[in-house]
Ligand binder design. Structure first.
Ligand code: NAP
Ligand code: ZN
Ligand code: ZN
Length: 350
């Protein structure tokens, strides 16, 4: 298969910094679209994967899965995109398309195993595939999203993972007017969850370990902010119907379950490596549930982008150059970002 060498920014090992490297991209086949990458968000999952915190990372690893770009070439049979379109790619770039879950639009649960945008076996070129911290990308048109006009492309990039990962469970648990929703953690996922839950009509309470972020929560749209390090504030019983837990590190989920109403659900989207310990009494009393949710399917991702465009929702971003990615990773590790880093990929070319 013909390939083109492109610049990328990735890492050779779990304990190495990210640096510029060369990768191969396939030439577009008949159903493929090639995009020049304009912006790519930095998700905490990029950090977990680059540092092999979950195990199983393959190197060299080029992270990045919140990708916005401009279509540069389309294969002969491509019908959904044309040259010059603003397009986007999130976590999933392929799946079996035939299993029950793919047929239902749940490609994130594909029984045959979907292809994640980086670190998955590359079916075309062998080895592992590479993500969005690069000049360009090629993918099948069925896994590419349309970016609605009116969305700022840099601030829209985080919608491709942080947006869908929070939109999908909020929809699944039927959040709407009258719902009382809690969001734990005001990071990339959490700050978008506030905006989306609010746009769905919910009453939104956030839990944060940061006094500065608590003070900023109302600007983001929250109705209440609770400083989770303040034992007095945590003694309240907030009777929430659903709590979305976006925390990336070890924490005590029971502290938040205390705030669920009868029949309420704590939904985990954060992926710390340590197992959670749940007090039986804490869920038995109040018939509470603990659940999880994983990104979202392709059709739902498009629905989320259209919803965000209709409600004027994008991420609050810190726009950085590729050479700032290592510093950004260190700041992200410490929850020090307002509220999503987005990489201007033009800085890789310059
Ligand atoms: P992030 O920007 O780093 O946000 C995580 C937030 O969690 C931090 O800003 C901080 O909020 C809070 N936090 C961190 N350590 C904490 C601790 N020890 N105790 C309490 N709160 C703590 O990360 P993100 O990109 O939003 O991702 C969050 C998690 O979701 C990561 O684990 C990521 O891998 C995972 N993820 C899962 C999916 C999925 O499909 N399920 C998709 C994307 C990402 P405060 O400063 O407000 O306390
Ligand atoms: Zn992500
Ligand atoms: Zn499938």
């Amino acid at each position: 298969m013909n390939t083109k060498q492109r610049k990328a920014f990735g890492t050779a090992a779990a304990d190495a910094s990210l640096e510029e490297l060369a990768i191969d991209r396939r030439e577009p086949s008949p159903h493929d679209v090639e995009m020049d990458i304009l912006y790519c968000g930095i998700c905490h999952s990029d950090l977990h994967a680059a540092r092999n915190e979950w195990g199983g990372s393959k190197y060299p690893l080029v992270p990045g899965h919140e990708i916005i770009g401009r279509v540069t070439r389309v294969g002969d049979h491509v019908s959904k995109f044309k040259m010059g379109d603003m397009a986007a790619i999130g976590c999933i770039v392929d799946s079996c398309r035939t299993c029950h879950y793919c047929a239902e639009g749940f490609e994130q649960f594909c029984e045959a195993g979907n292809t994640i945008v980086f670190g998955s076996p590359d079916k075309y070129l062998g080895g592992s595939n590479y993500g969005g911290f690069s000049e360009s990308i090629v993918a099948n048109e069925d896994f590419i999203l349309h970016v609605p006009a009116g969305l700022d492309p840099a601030a829209a990039a985080p919608l491709l993972c942080a947006g869908i990962t929070t939109y999908s469970p909020l929809r699944h648990w039927k959040v709407g007017p009258g719902s009382r929703v809690g969001i734990v953690g005001i990071g990339g996922l959490g700050h978008l969850a506030i905006k989306i839950a609010k746009a769905m009509g919910a009453y939104v309470v956030v839990f944060t370990t940061s006094a500065a972020k608590a003070a900023d929560a109302k600007r983001l749209g929250a109705d209440e902010a609770v400083l989770s390090t303040d034992a007095e504030q945590m003694k309240q019983r907030l009777k929430l119907n659903m709590i979305l837990d976006t925390v990336s590190a070890k924490h005590n989920a029971n502290d938040y379950i205390n705030h669920l109403a009868v029949d309420g659900t704590l939904v985990l989207v954060g992926l710390p490596i340590e197992p959670l310990s749940i007090g039986a009494f804490n869920i038995v009393k109040g018939r509470k549930s603990v659940a999880g949710s994983n990104i979202g399917g392709i059709a739902e991702t498009q629905e989320m982008l259209d919803f965000c465009a209709a409600h004027n929702i994008t991420a609050d971003i810190e726009l950085i150059g590729v050479h700032d990615i290592n510093t950004a990773f260190d700041r992200l590790e410490h929850g020090d970002v307002h509220y999503r880093f987005v990489v201007d990929m033009a800085t890789l070319k310059g």
